[in-house]
Every structure is written in structure tokens, then in C-alpha cells.
Design a protein around this ligand. Structure first.
Ligand SMILES: Nc1nc2c(c(=O)[nH]1)N[C@H]1C(S)=C(S)[C@@H](COP(=O)(O)OP(=O)(O)OC[C@H]3O[C@@H](n4cnc5c(=O)[nH]c(N)nc54)[C@H](O)[C@@H]3O)O[C@H]1N2
Ligand SMILES: Nc1nc2c(c(=O)[nH]1)N[C@H]1C(S)=C(S)[C@@H](COP(=O)(O)OP(=O)(O)OC[C@H]3O[C@@H](n4cnc5c(=O)[nH]c(N)nc54)[C@H](O)[C@@H]3O)O[C@H]1N2
Ligand code: SF4
Ligand SMILES: [Mo]
Length: 746
């Protein structure tokens, strides 16, 4: 069926993978030498500071450039406390983002000829004129608020600035409602603030670390992996709760192979043991917390025996592990997690985690959660932003009252005329996020996409989302551009610089330039009153007594703390950032908003016979879509596999390495087959795949058709009523051994 916005293969233009690039090739050997740590030839190489964009840990590093201009390798900056001179495999392989022959090369504009839609190459002027003219038209008709931005990563800031100047703050990222939103909301309700990114988790000095799902080691957030390894060396007790024997579980003293979706029951029973066996940190709780009596009454019946029937974790083990935490307290921590949109009651699970941390006295103590500190760089001077007539809060329509950031799903909903009504969104800019793979509810997403008057995608790669754009704007990779100074808060304030190591390949441009160009065309030049981004960085650094020249030489600068110690000093008082200044074991804020003031356990949907719960996670060598086509990383892991318990495989007559298709509870079949990994490391009631595979866009020559895509099988989404997070683990799959001959939109 032809629609208003047909999915277009960028390769149809012949500009996909067929163009030969200077230096780049399909041979996977070259960059592998770096991964294998072959002889250091850095002596004749020039090095440029950068920080990694392969994930959001943003490790600082050096890009080494060869005399012929190519990038030889990227290594970690030894002064960076976020990586200590060591990058993860993805960061090392980041060169592949630069050298990938499938990269976007020129601006593209959608055209319709004889009823067929395709892209044609355009000059930057033409593409930028098109975008700004369309934005202006939409604003004249519907107001500037009807333009929205979806973003992830460094480029988001420039387009946020552009849209704020234009008069809208409908700006959303899947890293909230599809990721850390529930955690942040649960922690804010309890402690008055969340743990930030990188998380203020004092794993290095912890004596007991509890991981609820958080699969550090596969989730390769660098500093955490290094600190966990140090903590293990120092004898810390690790307790991992995961239906799968994750890498972290395999390094743990205790692995609790919980029945998925029942974590709140386990957490409540741990709270019960801490309170009724009087193991909690009394002094800390008396001094800093409110609502102890209510909590004690609330968990009265939540005994380990009660939890056993739900979680399948034996009562003795629940008691023993609670004791381990109490013995180590306050140097004990239940990790807050990060990707927490699991079952739709995720804020309450995060609340239970926060409450346990409070009972142990973790917040503000060594080995728990430290007080992070960063440095704020002033904004480059610009006129005040206009006040939008309405904003993303209005798209909530009274739902999700505690959402502190825009919810992707309601912005999508507001872009469909039947559901958008008086707050209708007509244009999207998308930068650095492959919405088709990162947001579930595909039907709603497609309806929205087909209703828009303008869809602009800024990306480095021809990912699925680019196929729906009216205009595709190719950004250069992080190795070819300046970006904002990394000034994230952690144990000490740091400043890290990213500058171009090489000139942008093809006709690609940095996002700051793209945003400025559109801004100038929209009459907003006063908001972009600089020649280039070097000028912005220089000005910002000068305001805080630092210099760009120095950062160019050192890459990263550590600054002394000025806002007090890392932990609560003995004998001193601490005021939490909640309304009352105390930790909220009982949340009045939740009660007032009509939610449970303390977490309760609710059973979740169970699989029908012959179906297994689909759970998903990360692999050390990939970051979702970001790396799917990266030649260096595809060489390390070309496809995902489905983890199946051997007992289940036996029932189905499925063999090791056999390819199967997956069919979910709503009859949706995976686009491609996926290889079976038989392993005792997963419970029989669940199957597991790594997210980010199964790409169906042919211009991704390496990623196309490799493995299964979990997102397409997530058709049952349970939305968290508190902040709008999309619980994605209530989906069940069965196996198809024969090719269902599915037609794949590619
Ligand atoms: N290598 C790599 N590292 C990454 C990323 C990446 O793409 N690649 N992405 C980064 C990002 S953005 C994020 S948000 C984080 C995500 O990483 P985490 O926050 O660690 O993600 P989780 O969803 O907690 O972890 C998935 C784990 O949960 C387990 N699990 C599934 N269901 C249940 C359940 O019901 N109960 C329990 N207890 N466990 C369950 C799975 O078996 C799996 O081991 O990783 C970050 N790090
Ligand atoms: N089913 C399912 N859904 C999930 C998850 C899951 O595990 N399973 N994980 C969730 C989580 S934790 C998160 S954080 C979100 C992440 O979801 P996304 O934000 O979509 O994550 P990425 O895959 O990092 O986004 C990648 C896009 O950014 C582009 N890109 C890479 N570098 C650059 C650059 O320098 N500039 C520009 N302009 N673009 C660039 C890539 O080519 C790609 O199109 O997904 C969530 N959705
Ligand atoms: S953890 Fe790895 S991918 Fe993430 S920023 Fe650091 S080196 Fe890059
Ligand atoms: Mo995430």
C-alpha cells in the first residue's frame, strides 16, 4: 500500500554501500589490529582529544591520526576517572563509525515521481531551506509548539536550543520513557534526587553490591565494570537477582534466579527481614527518614515465605542475603539500575530499591551512593527564549503526573490527529535516535509518522528511521567534530574536550552547524551569535577560568570539589532534597497523586502454554542500533542468538545453533530467523536475546537480516501510570522451525 510517507531504501539511489571510500574497505582485518593490541606505532601519529559517543558513559580518549590522514586508533585518556585510560571494546571499535562505507554522505530530499517515492541528493542549502521553510509554514498554521524533537546523544543539545528559540519545548528522548525514567522517579520520590549519569554509585568501595537485573559486564558502562571488578578483588559480596546467569551473576557470591516480573515481592521481603529482624541501620533511619512505622506495618505480611511462593527464591536464601547486606551496611548498595522500563510498575520497583538503600544507610556513605559534583558551564549569551503557548506537559492529558521529562509516547500520540486534538504536533526533528527500534507501539508510531507534515532525520547512518524522513541530514561522526564540553558530575568535577581528529568525510556536517544554519534561516540568528563552536567552547571555558588551548593539550581536566565532602561527615547533618528534607519511606507525594505511598506487589501476565517470556539485554561489543553496522564490532559479534534452556529445546526438538523464527502472543513473527543458544544459564520459563539486532534496512549492509529484533515482538506494553514508562517485558514468544516466508519491509 502506498502511504503519504513510504519507507524508502536509501540505497535505491545507488549511494548506499556501493561507493568506494578513500581508505575504507569491507576487510575486517585492519582495525582489528587495534583491538588485539598490536605494536604501538603512536610515535609518528598526531593525537586529538575526544570523548566516546558509542554509548553515554562518554569515556574520554585520544584519537590517533596517521600521517596519511586516516584514524589509526582510539585509546582511553589515563586522566579520565570515568575510564582510567581503558575503553571498552565498543569505544576501541568506535573508529568503525567513521570508516563505515554505509555512512550517510549527502543531504537527501524525498521526491515523488510517477507515484513512486524516492530520495534525491540535495545540496545543504537546498535541504536547509526546505526544512526551515516547512517549519515556518507549520508554525504559521499551528504555532511553533507543533514542532517536536526526539533526540539521544550529543546532537540533542543543539536542536533543543534551536527549538527553544523557535518557541517549543516538545522535546523527548527514549532514554527517559524507555529507559531510566522509572528509576529517576522512584529515587527522586525517596531521596529528593536521582543518581545521575554516570551514576553516583560507590561500587569501588562497596562491601555488598546487589544487582537487580543490572547486568554490569554485559552492560559495559566502563567505570562501573572496572569498579565492580575492583570490589570483587577486595572481597565485596555480590548478590545478583536475574532469571539468567548473567556475566555479573557468574561473578557473584549469590545468584538468585528469580521468576521474572516478581522482583517487587523479593524486595518487600528483604525490607520485611531488615525491619522485623532489626537489621536495618537504626541510627541513620531515625536521623534521616520519615515513615518508618507506616513501612513496618505495610510489610508485616511480606515474609520470605510469602515471597518464595511468588519469586521461587527460597526463604533461607532471602534471609541470608538480607543479612549479608546488613553486615556490610552502610557500605552496601542495591544498584539503582538504569534501563528500568520492565513491567509497568517500575517506579514502584525503583521505590522499593530506594527504600532498601535507605534502610541500609547507603545514600551519603562510603560504598553506597556518594554526593556527586560537577561544574556548570554558562550558556553562550543569547536572547531569552519565547514562552511556548503549550508544552509536552499538555500532551500528558492529566496522565503520568510525576513525569519530570517529556514522554516519547505522548508526543507520538499528540502527532496523530485523532489523539492530538488541540495540542497537535505536525513536524518532527529526530537526531541520534532510531525510534523505529527504540520505541515500542509500532502501530502508533507509524500512524504518527504518516500524519506529519514534516519529518527531518539527522543521523550518521541510514538506520530504519531515515527511511521515513522527508529530509535526511547527514551528521559527521564524533571523531570529525567539536561538541559541547563533557562536564558530567561524579566524584570530582571534570571537563573533557571533543575536537575533530579528522575532517568530516563526504558532505557531512556537525549538528551544531546544522542547527545554526536552520536557526539563521528562521530569523533566529541572535540565538546563534558565533562563528563556530570553537568560539562557544572558548568563551564558556574562559568564564570558569579555563582555556580551550589547555584542554586541547590534556583532553581532560579534573577540578577540585568545592561543594563539600563525598560522604556525610561523622557527626554532621545532611538535608535531603525532598520537601521535608528527610528520606521518604512513605511517599506523601505519591499518595496525594493517587498512587501507593509504599510499593506493593501485583502479579503480571503469565505466558500461555508453549510460550516463554521474552527478556532482553546488552552485549559487551554492541550499543543498540548505534553499532549494528560498525565493521569492527560486527566482526566481534555479527548476530544475536536466542538463549533457550535445554529442557525447553528438548520439548521442541530444537538443536544447538539451529535457526528459528519467533512468534509472539499477538501472532507477530520476527522478520528474520535467530540462532539458538542452548544454555542452562536461563530459566526454562524465559528466553533471552540481545537488543539491537535484526535490522531490516538493506542499506545497512552488515547489519541487515542478522538475528532477531526484540522491539518488533514487543506488542504488549504496560505503561507506568506514574511517569509513562513503557514496560516491555510482558511479551511471550514461541518457536517456528519452518520459514514463515514473511514479507519484510526493507
Ligand atoms: N555493552 C553495552 N552496554 C550498555 C548499553 C549497550 O547498548 N551496550 N546500553 C546502556 C544503556 S542506555 C543502558 S540503559 C544500560 C542497560 O543495562 P541495565 O540497566 O543493566 O539493564 P537491565 O534491563 O537491568 O538488564 C537486563 C538484565 O535484566 C535481566 N532481567 C530480565 N527480566 C528480569 C526480571 O524480571 N527481573 C530481574 N531481576 N532481572 C531481569 C536480564 O536477564 C538481563 O540480564 O546499559 C548500558 N550499557
Ligand atoms: N525493545 C527494546 N527497546 C529499547 C531497549 C531495549 O533494550 N529493548 N533499550 C532502551 C534504552 S535503555 C534506550 S537508552 C533507548 C535507546 O534508543 P536510541 O536513542 O534510539 O538509541 P541508539 O540506538 O543509541 O540511537 C541510535 C541512533 O543514533 C544514530 N547516531 C549514532 N551516532 C550519532 C551521531 O553522532 N549523530 C547523530 N545525529 N546520530 C547518531 C545511530 O545511527 C542510530 O540511528 O532504547 C530503548 N528501547
Ligand atoms: S563505555 Fe565504551 S562505548 Fe561507552 S563511552 Fe566508554 S568506551 Fe565508549
Ligand atoms: Mo538506556
Amino acid at each position: 500500500m502506498k502511504t503519504r510517507r513510504d519507507f524508502i531504501k536509501i540505497s535505491a539511489l545507488g549511494i548506499g554501500g556501493t561507493v568506494a571510500l578513500g581508505g575504507a574497505s569491507w576487510v575486517l582485518g585492519g582495525p582489528m589490529a587495534n583491538l588485539l593490541g598490536l605494536p604501538d606505532e603512536t610515535a609518528e601519529l598526531k593525537r586529538f582529544p575526544t570523548y566516546c559517543e558509542v554509548c553515554f558513559w562518554k569515556c574520554a580518549g585520544w584519537a590517533y591520526v596517521k600521517p596519511d590522514g586516516g584514524i589509526q586508533k582510539i585509546i582511553g585518556n589515563a586522566d579520565d576517572p570515568q575510564c582510567n585510560g581503558r575503553l571498552c571494546p565498543r569505544g576501541t571499535g568506535g573508529v568503525g563509525m567513521y570508516s563505515d562505507p554505509d555512512r550517510l554522505k549527502k543531504p537527501l530530499i524525498r521526491v515523488i515521481k510517477d507515484g513512486t517515492q524516492s530520495y534525491r541528493e540535495a545540496s545543504w542549502d537546498e535541504a536547509l531551506d526546505y526544512v526551515s521553510k516547512k517549519m515556518q509554514e507549520i508554525a504559521t498554521k499551528h504555532g511553533p509548539e507543533s514542532i517536536a524533537l526526539f533526540n539521544h546523544g550529543s546532537s540533542g543539545h543543539y536542536f533543543t536550543h534551536l527549538l527553544n528559540a523557535f518557541g517549543t519545548n516538545n522535546i523527548a528522548a527514549p532514554s527517559f520513557a524507555q529507559c531510566r525514567g522509572p528509576r529517576d522517579t522512584g529515587f527522586e520520590a525517596t531521596f529528593g534526587e536521582s543518581v545521575g549519569s554516570p551514576e553516583a554509585t560507590d561500587i569501588r568501595d562497596t562491601r555488598c553490591l546487589v544487582l537487580i537485573g543490572s547486568h554490569i559486564g554485559e552492560n559495559m558502562h566502563n567505570g562501573q565494570v572496572q569498579e565492580m571488578s575492583d570490589a570483587i578483588d577486595k572481597g565485596a559480596v555480590i548478590i545478583t537477582v536475574d532469571p539468567r546467569l548473567s556475566t555479573a551473576a557468574s561473578k557473584s557470591k549469590y545468584w538468585l534466579p528469580i521468576k521474572p516480573s516478581t522482583d517487587i515481592a523479593l524486595l518487600l521481603s528483604w525490607i520485611h527481614v531488615l525491619l522485623y529482624d532489626e537489621l536495618y541501620n537504626k541510627e541513620y533511619v531515625e536521623k534521616y527518614a520519615e515513615g518508618l512505622n507506616e513501612l513496618k506495618e505495610h510489610v508485616k505480611d511480606y515474609t520470605p515465605e510469602w515471597a518464595y511462593g511468588i519469586t521461587t527464591i527460597k526463604p533461607e536464601l532471602i534471609r541470608l542475603t538480607a543479612r549479608e547486606m546488613a553486615n556490610a551496611a552502610p557500605s552496601a548498595m542495591i544498584h539503582p539500575g538504569r534501563h528500568t522500563t520492565w513491567y509497568g510498575d517500575d517506579v514502584q520497583r525503583s521505590r522499593a530499591i530506594a527504600i532498601l538503600n535507605a534502610l541500609l544507610g547507603s545514600w551519603g556513605n562510603r560504598g553506597g551512593i556518594f554526593f556527586k559534583e560537577g561544574i556548570k558551564l554558562p550558556d553562550f549569551p543569547h536572547p531569552e527564549f519565547p514562552k511556548p503557548a503549550w508544552s509536552w506537559q499538555d500532551t500528558l492529558n492529566g496522565r503520568y503526573p510525576l513525569a519530570k521529562e517529556a514522554v516519547t509516547n505522548t508526543i507520538i500520540e499528540a502527532s496523530i490527529p485523532e489523539t492530538g486534538k488541540e495540542h497537535l504536533i505536525k513536524g518532527w526533528i529526530i537526531s541520534g535516535t532510531n525510534l523505529v527500534v527504540s520505541v515500542p507501539l509500532k502501530e502508533q508510531l507509524m500512524k504518527a509518522i504518516h500524519s506529519l507534515d514534516l519529518l527531518v532525520v539527522v543521523d550518521t547512518m541510514p538506520m530504519e528511521i531515515t527511511g521515513y524522513a522527508d529530509v535526511v541530514l547527514p551528521e559527521c561522526t564524533y571523531l570529525e567534530r567539536y561538541d559541547d564540553i563533557r562536564a558530567s558530575a561524579h566524584r570530582e568535577p571534570t571537563l573533557a574536550l571533543r575536537m575533530p581528529a579528522v575532517a568530516p568525510m563526504h558532505e557531512t556536517k556537525p549538528a551544531w552547524w546544522i542547527a545554526k544554519q536552520i536557526g539563521e534561516r528562521l530569523g533566529l540568528a541572535a540565538y546563534f551569535n558565533y562563528k563556530d563552536y570553537e568560539e562557544v567552547l572558548e568563551w564558556q571555558l574562559n568564564q570558569i577560568g579555563q582555556s580551550l588551548d589547555e584542554l586541547k593539550k590534556v583532553g581532560i581536566k579534573r577540578l577540585p570539589r568545592t561543594k563539600g565532602p563525598l560522604y556525610i561527615e561523622p557527626g554532621s547533618d545532611y538535608t535531603f532534597k525532598t520537601a521535608s528534607g528527610k528520606i521518604q519511606l512513605y511517599s506523601k507525594e505519591f499518595a496525594d497523586a493517587g498512587f501507593d505511598a509504599m510499593p506493593t506487589y501485583q502479579p503480571h501476565a503469565e505466558p500461555q502454554e508453549g510460550f516463554y517470556r521474552l527478556i532482553y539485554g546488552r552485549a559487551p561489543m554492541h550499543t543498540f542500533s548505534r553499532t549494528a553496522n560498525n565493521p569492527n564490532l560486527v566482526a566481534l559479534m555479527p548476530e544475536n542468538a536466542i538463549w533457550v534452556n535445554p529442557e525447553v529445546a528438548n520439548i521442541w526438538g530444537i538443536k544447538k545453533n539451529q535457526y528459528v523464527w519467533l512468534k509472539n502472543q499477538d501472532g507477530v513473527v520476527s522478520n528474520f530467523p535467530v540462532k539458538v543458544r542452548l544454555t542452562e544459564r536461563i530459566r526454562w520459563d524465559s528466553v533471552y536475546i540481545v537488543h539491537g539486532f535484526g535490522h531490516h534496512h538493506k542499506p545497512l549492509h552488515l547489519a541487515y537480516g542478522r538475528g532477531a529484533n526484540d522491539t518488533e515482538l514487543v506488542t504488549n506494553v504496560v505503561i507506568d501510570p506514574i511517569m509513562g514508562g513503557t514496560g516491555m517485558r510482558g511479551n511471550f514468544v514461541t518457536f517456528l522451525k519452518d520459514d514463515p516466508k514473511k514479507e519484510v519491509e526493507s
